[in-house]
Ligand binder design. Sequence first.
Ligand SMILES: C[S@@+](CC[C@H](N)C(=O)[O-])C[C@H]1O[C@@H](n2cnc3c(N)ncnc32)[C@H](O)[C@@H]1O
Length: 450
Amino acid sequence: MKNPSSNQLPLFPSQNSILSDSPYVNVQGDIPIDLPQGSFISVHREPALKLYSIGFQPAKSIPEIPRWFLSKYGTRSFTVLEPFAGSGTTIIEALKYGASIYWLDYHPLSRLICRVKTMQVEPEEVRRETSRIISNGLKREGVPQTIAFANKDFWFQKPVQDALEVIRCEIRNAEQSTQSLLWLAFASTVRKTSDMNDSMILAAKRSQIADTPHYSRGDVFHYFESYVQKILDALIERDHSLKDALKNSKELLIPDARNLFGEWQCDAVITSPPYINAIDYVWASKFELHWLGYVQDDHDRLCLYEKEIGTERIAKHAYEKLGRTGVDSLDQLIEDVFTGKIYKATPGQNALRARVVYQYFVDMQAHFKSSARHVRSGGYYCFSIGEKSRICGVEIPVAEIMAGLAGRAGFQPIFQFHVLLKNRRLNVPRNVGWAGTIKHDTVIVLQKAT
Ligand SMILES: C[S@@+](CC[C@H](N)C(=O)[O-])C[C@H]1O[C@@H](n2cnc3c(N)ncnc32)[C@H](O)[C@@H]1O
């Protein structure tokens, strides 16, 4: 194993002093492995594999970060764990590097995306099934109504509903080996042909009704076909370099990163955990969850929040009382949110926000402890996370607290740097006094004691 570099700067120097003394380091393409400790960088990205544009994930991380980690600390014999796989950025980078990867995500749509990105594909077979689905679908009359959820008619025009019902029925009859890919194309079709505003992460109608396009049944089939083609193109491009590596990816059948059960070991965790309160993944993917049959009804969908780290869907009885984590500095911040020391929000909101922060860090602590059981001695944990969040006016130094929690689980911080965020569509109110602007992702590398 390579030796990690020693600390040259304190891990959490004052950001202001760094910013005033040194501007962002501009990085073109890959992040250099000799990047100085504590740097603030702005990454100018080079064209990425088509694979990275496949699948809906509102908080995709940049592949340059896992790539940097692996070239600095990795060896080809590494086994990596990605416990918050999302759209699979770390998975692809680990395979490109030549390592093996175990991955999981609690969200069924993320799992589908990652399965498709790592599946073997026979393009001809997929094209054949797609043609069959479309020709059968166009002929078909008398469409069954199998999907029900609140406000379905508000979000989906009638011809769209009919076509989606037909396609999902036909996908179920398709060759098993093609189904994941077809379901992913279907998920993109659902999102595209809903009446939600295309540019939004969460379902919101267009402000002008007249801007809503009218879709025919044929349009829906057309979108489905073009999404199949887009995914196929990405997988064919992937196979030029990664076909043989796909066998090195393994999905762990573990539904929650807070409880990583089983007997297995890894050399490094490389991940970007959820942000506090920033993305409501369940709401953001509501339509796909219903149309793909991952949830049976609205209640079933709401149950998914129980596993979502960072969620703000917390029952009233759970947030009325102030929670304590046992970490004094963190508990003080939670109390400041709870009492409205800086900003008093509408009734109940301070207590709710305080609970969201409390629950987030308790969940991440459980995750770090659970991970530590599987990382071998001397192995690594590398994560990137929004550096800070402002909640009810209280600035929460998220990255720093996370490093502390990981430290309690047996990982010691050895390196960090900050990446300027660009074009990230996070669901956080920006530039308002009481809520946060996430300006940087902080990347932290920790090592487990030998
Ligand atoms: C910031 S995103 C990861 C994005 C990913 N790095 C990418 O580039 O696509 C965090 C992920 O954590 C997942 N997640 C949230 N709570 C989880 C839990 N309890 N167990 C496993 N995954 C969880 C979310 O579904 C989401 O996909």
